[in-house]
Design a binder for this molecule. Structure first.
Ligand SMILES: Nc1nc(=O)c2c([nH]1)NC[C@@H]1CN(c3ccc(C(=O)N[C@@H](CCC(=O)O)C(=O)O)cc3)C=[N+]21
Length: 287
């Protein structure tokens, strides 16, 4: 292994400590920051993620409410819950865990969240703000990736970044953040004919496809930074990313592991967005 590891757990520990200090200061002022997590159905992966989010809140001194509903919950009932949380002054962030059951229109639910409580950064208003460079919540996973680049002191200006994947929650916002950080950005996806042609030119590769071994050693420029957003399982049930870690870590300069890389950073940035939202709420009360 020649690449240096970008340790998402270590960076998370540092950043969550900062969140905890800000949460303590707000709490002392009489405003306890609060996150509501809404889970519909019994997707086993979602159960684990949601539990991790609630646990992270507790450890950082944030108040959290977990609302669990069974898969038969109607769209109207969910929209009514979101509206109640929008009105609730003890809640500063609302996260509706995805995926939602097929009978519920996820877009409709996300658009129902008040943008000032959209700590996932999934609302069209948040996406639009990111696109035009206005203030708004950044989606947690790409935001966490940018923090990892900052952590290793990586200068993105003038570098070529290749993002593999074009989802609304990772690929597209990742490209926007890198662009804002003065990188030259290429977005590749399932219809890109020769992926390796692009990745071989990249100083930064972000793999966000959801498929194992999308990126192999022969596709990586020596010294490149490789950020692995994938969350997959090997045949024997172990968690793994989109990157062939064993091979790519022989060529790359920096690499994120899975687990212990981007995953914990996603939760960390959720806490950061929530504390930010609570601080904004505190300021609007002060005035
Ligand atoms: N509204 C919404 N917001 C989300 O942010 C959201 C979502 N829905 N739906 C599902 C995905 C997935 N996601 C993860 C977050 C952290 C880890 C994480 O901490 N992973 C650990 C390992 C966890 C394990 O062992 O399973 C790691 O990589 O080290 C993983 C996955 C957030 N998501």
């Amino acid at each position: 292994m020649t690449a240096q590891l970008i340790d998402g757990n270590a960076l998370s520990k540092k950043l969550r400590g900062e969140v905890a200090a800000r949460a303590a200061a707000l709490t002392a002022q009489g405003l306890k920051p609060g996150l509501a997590v809404v889970l519909v159905g019994d997707n086993p992966a979602s159960q684990v993620y949601v539990r991790n989010k609630v646990k992270a809140c507790e450890e950082a001194g944030l108040h959290s409410v977990l609302e669990k509903y069974d898969a038969s919950l109607t769209e109207a009932a969910l929209l009514a819950r979101v509206d109640a949380l929008n009105q609730d002054p003890t809640i500063h962030g609302i996260l509706v865990q995805l995926p939602l059951p097929a009978h519920i229109d996820a877009h409709k639910v996300i658009e129902a969240i008040a943008p000032e409580k959209d700590v996932d950064g999934f609302h069209v208003a948040s996406a639009g703000a990111l696109m035009v460079g206005q203030e708004g919540f950044k989606p947690c996973t790409p935001y966490g990736c940018m923090k990892m680049l900052e952590y290793i002191g990586y200068e993105t200006r003038g570098k070529h970044a290749v993002v593999i994947g074009r989802s609304n929650i990772v690929g597209k916002p990742m490209a926007m953040l890198l662009l804002q950080a003065n990188a030259t950005v290429t977005v590749c996806h399932s219809a890109t004919p020769d992926l390796a042609h692009f990745t071989r030119q990249a100083d930064i590769v972000v793999a966000a496809v959801g498929k194992r071994n999308v990126l192999t050693a022969d596709m990586v420029k020596p010294g490149a930074v490789v950020l692995d957003v994938g969350m997959n399982r090997t045949d024997d049930g172990k968690l793994c990313g989109d990157v062939d870690f064993a091979g790519v870590s022989q060529v790359a300069g920096w690499i994120t592991p899975v687990p212990g890389g981007v995953g914990p950073m996603t939760i960390t940035m959720l806490l950061v967005n929530t504390i930010e939202s609570a601080e904004r709420a505190a300021q609007s009360v002060d005035r």
